[in-house]
Design a protein around this ligand. Sequence first.
Ligand code: FES
Length: 292
Amino acid sequence: MPTTTAPVTEVVDRLERASLLDPVVKGLRSLTQKVLAPQGIRDALHGVWLGHPLHPVLTDVPIGAWSAAAVLDAVPGTGIGASTLIATGCAAAVPTALTGWADWSDLHGPHQRVGVIHAAANVVALGLYTASLGARMRGRRVRGKALAYAGFAAMSAGGYLGGHLVFRQGAGANHGADIPDLFPSGWHDIGRLDDLPDGKPAKRTVEGVDLLVVRRGQHVDVLSDKCSHLSGPLSDGEFTVEGGQGCIVCPWHGSTFRLADGAVRHGPATSPQHRFETRVTGGRLEVSLGGG
Ligand code: FES
């Protein structure tokens, strides 16, 4: 059966491959590395403290305020309410953009190309809404409404691209969410304990599910190998000790997870890794996700 693709999706798919955007992406990426260098700031902007990406939470404010203003602008006598909502949206757009910028800097090339246009649409929207506020303050209400509706169109285009980034390209989603569905119940043999390297990450696989295994002496930690951020292979990462606790650093974008429980120490990941229970039987290591 022939498959059909919506014309708008085809355009965005082309955007993902538009290498023309790469010089802009590169310039913005190096700017990000300078401006958002401190790990604590990056973690806060990613939403590590929240256990959820912060950007989609904040986007609700400008999108909600500007959408409500569009409704009020169609109702006579609600000019002050519309202006207040537009000002609220403009104020909220700044921290929202900062969180998006931090998330964008740790994505792959196709994400970043779409992300640049997403950001450009939102910058245009912010400019138009700011101009609309200025026009309203000067008493030019018709012009203020026209600018706000133009801003609404730009915001909608930006919102569409943001949705594409998340739902089509998987940015911000938890890439380890399906592990409990894929991993078979019960205990599973993953080989001899003594065959594992000491203090180095190793990979083992159970029925297609890759596991990160780190042995330190007789102690073993096992996490899902697929990084929750964008599926990077943690077994290719680096073992490190932070705050006295063993951690693994993802080789792709540096997310750091505590081995003891899979918790996120540093982003861009915000979802923890699944941790597996272990036991040693006759010198062989066994793992289970639920202890069944
Ligand atoms: S895939 Fe991005 S930090 Fe692991």
